[in-house]
Design a protein around this ligand. Structure first.
Ligand code: GTB
Length: 217
């Protein structure tokens, strides 16, 4: 059955992997699933046809036959649930992979998004200079806790799983601020994720769609 996802017609980052279709592309590549991409403009995202797929008028969405999904957590879970490659076969290990997916989305991504919002949407507010250090401190605390748990392991719980895919995807959003590099073990963990052939293909496809240029390699 054909899988179709949506992505930015023109991603604000120029297709450098920060928009959330990257994690869906990555999951599809890990599972070895071919897919089509429908590129949507910011205006089209707010129109009825897209709102029927995504009530909040965002990307990415996922369509497969009669199934239509939004929310990257649900989409990546669905892919991992139905196809080999992203969840361990052991039931307890699988539950922990799901736990790490939720941890990435619920316990790590929100504080990183706070910083993105504080810098780019509220950067000109008079209270921003006072607020930024608090926002950054919350990220430092969470990333420090995560680094402690990861220790010198390659992945969060044994082999690579959808939990790592989601965590790496979320941590990538902390990199432009320089905060990821404050935690060398997490920066190395992210680099391991980015080095995976499936990630490389997802990244190259997204970049090519935005720039017309496919990275070498
Ligand atoms: N919780 C949802 C999910 O996980 O699927 C969040 C979806 C979401 O935030 N989508 C964003 C969107 O459609 C794109 S990813 N925004 C348009 C809108 O709301 O009108 C967020 C994003 C956008 C741009 C960059 N960038 O260029 O660096 C990075 C991330």
């Amino acid at each position: 059955m054909t899988i179709t996802i949506t992505a930015f017609e023109r991603s604000p980052d120029g297709g450098m992997g920060l928009a959330r279709d990257t994690r869906v592309r990555w999951a599809l590549e890990e599972a070895g699933l071919p897919y089509d991409v429908r590129y949507v403009s910011f205006q089209a995202m707010k129109e009825p046809a897209h709102l029927r797929l995504h009530p909040f008028g965002q990307i990415p969405t996922y369509e497969e036959g009669d199934l239509a999904l939004f929310e990257t957590g649900a989409i990546v879970f669905h892919i991992a649930d139905r196809h080999a490659g992203l969840f361990p076969t052991d039931a307890d290990a699988r539950a922990r992979a799901v736990m790490w997916m939720f941890a990435a989305l619920n316990s790590v991504e929100p504080c990183i998004l706070e910083l993105v919002i504080a810098r780019f949407q509220e950067g000109d507010r008079p209270w921003t200079p006072e607020r930024l250090p608090l926002v950054k401190e919350r990220i430092r605390q969470r990333l420090g806790q995560l680094a402690t748990r990861l220790g010198d392991a390659e992945w969060l719980d044994g082999g690579f799983s959808a939990g790592d895919l989601m965590m790496v995807s979320v941590l990538l959003r902390a990199r432009p601020s320089g905060m990821l590099d404050e935690f060398p073990s997490l920066a190395a963990y992210v680099a391991r994720g980015e080095a995976r052939p499936a990630y490389q293909r997802a990244f190259a496809d997204q970049l090519e769609a935005n720039t017309g240029v496919r990275p070498a390699g």
